[in-house]
Design a protein around this ligand. Structure first.
Ligand code: SAH
Length: 231
């Protein structure tokens, strides 16, 4: 049952035809996701369309799930957290939406479709052909003209779409590639996992302005490795 009936997202949750998704939104709010635009975006995307049949019953649980080739769809709380960080620090138009964003590591395409709710254009790049094709198939029925799926090495970014209002990565390396910072607009933000001491990984936020580049390390995370080259 929805307790805070005054919140607009609570009202829309109550009408959610998918109870598991409504529970997911409640859990996201309980974990501190506050931005109504992010909650609305998470509520608008059918996560169960992005996982294999046997995993559909788990699609709205707060857990990462396998998508093939040893890769995973990130858990909803991490997708929401990173999306919120990107939206709050990225470059936004008068309508509150982000401009062009770059999504590194398309995987099954879920994050790209969440971003499509919040940005004018989404460029999403994947290095594994099989997953790139899977994302294409997942997105086809959605007919999202603003999402561009690219087969390529995201380590070098995607210069054709630059400068980006925001860049988000679902794979982590030793450092954030210089190309991403170069392709980020002034006033834009990068949200990406990066290696920290002790073999751990943490979320890094990079804000770029005319004054320079500011890096902030946040909580520990656990993403697949960022790898170079196509496969
Ligand atoms: N955002 C995805 C998460 C997929 S997991 C989703 O919503 O499903 C991260 C993905 O990053 C994997 O598919 C992996 O193949 C990809 N990846 C790793 N290194 C990459 C690189 N250099 N360029 C593009 N994709 C990369």
């Amino acid at each position: 049952p929805v307790t805070s009936a005054s919140a607009p997202q609570a009202a829309s949750m109550a009408r959610d035809p998918i109870p598991a998704r409504a529970r997911m939104l409640q859990q996201l709010m309980a974990e501190g996701i506050q931005d109504p635009l992010v909650l609305r975006a998470m509520g608008a995307v059918d996560r169960h369309h992005f996982v294999d049949g046997a995993l559909v019953p788990q699609a709205y649980e707060d857990t990462a799930l396998p998508i093939g080739l040893g890769q995973t769809i990130s858990k909803p709380s991490v997708v929401a957290r990173m999306t919120e960080l990107l939206l709050q620090g990225g470059l936004r138009g008068a309508d509150g939406r982000l401009g062009r964003v770059l999504d590194i590591g398309t995987g099954c395409g879920y994050q790209a479709v969440v971003l499509a709710q919040l940005a004018t254009e989404v460029y999403s790049i994947e290095r594994l052909r099989e997953l790139h094709e899977k994302a294409r198939a997942n997105l086809r029925p959605l007919r999202l003209a603003t999402v561009h799926l690219i087969l390529g090495d995201g380590m070098v970014g995607f210069a054709k779409g630059a400068p980006y209002a925001g860049i988000i990565a679902a794979a982590g390396g030793e450092a954030v590639p210089e190309a991403w910072i170069d392709q980020l607009a002034h006033g834009g933000r990068i949200v990406a996992p990066v290696a920290v001491a002790g073999g751990q990984q943490a979320l890094m936020v990079i804000d770029k302005s005319h004054q320079g580049v500011q890096q902030t390390i946040l909580e520990a995370v656990n993403f697949v490795p960022l790898k170079s080259g196509l496969a």
